[in-house]
Design a binder for this molecule. Sequence first.
Ligand SMILES: [Zn+2]
Length: 239
Amino acid sequence: MKRLFAAILVIALVSVYGLSRGNSRSSSETEPSRQLFDREGPGTADSAKSSRVSVRRRIAESDTYLGYALAEGDSMLRRWRDRSAEPVTVFISAGRVPGYSEDLRSAVREAFVRWERVGAIPVVFSFVRDSTQAEVEVKWIESFTIRRTGQAEVTWDPSGWLVRGLLTIATHFDDGRAVSREVVNTVALHEIGHLLGLGHSDDPADLMYPATSVQDLTPRDRRTARLLYALPPGFVRDP
Ligand SMILES: [Zn+2]
């Protein structure tokens, strides 16, 4: 299955983000892997360049953290296609680790619904019972070995369209304390932000700040997501 998938995509890249909880910013987040390739044929370079100029201007003029996140990463915008009519399929597994409960699973589910209700972006989700039918899987881990309670891995095609995601959520902090339902909900909101293509915010007041302390999406989180979904995916920097 995985091999077939990779063959279809030609080039699939995986990026890992993590949400660290605590006072300091996590230094252990994995840098997105990068692979450069020639995406433009002859004759399209000028229009592609002017499109990138216009995208960069819109980002620079916006009150969002999209520009910051691009500068921190590989300068590629990644997002899902319009999935308002064809929901992204999500499989939330039942955890087999200590501390897992159905209540935690429903906290994750509520986080997906929360993102939908924000109405910022044209993506809705449908929950499926069969993992093989799912584009997104949520799985559980007892704890990460580093200061982290959630992780998102996303896969995209060469144009920057997101095609797949894996979220991993811990039932305990790395010091052994069990996470509460509220924390799981916040962690899931943050990781779903990555799943949707958002990078990190530079403002501790935002949910997408790496060591977030807020429990809900802020207006700036919503503005950033809305802008991302108003732009074409792909590299914003000239090659
Ligand atoms: Zn994160």
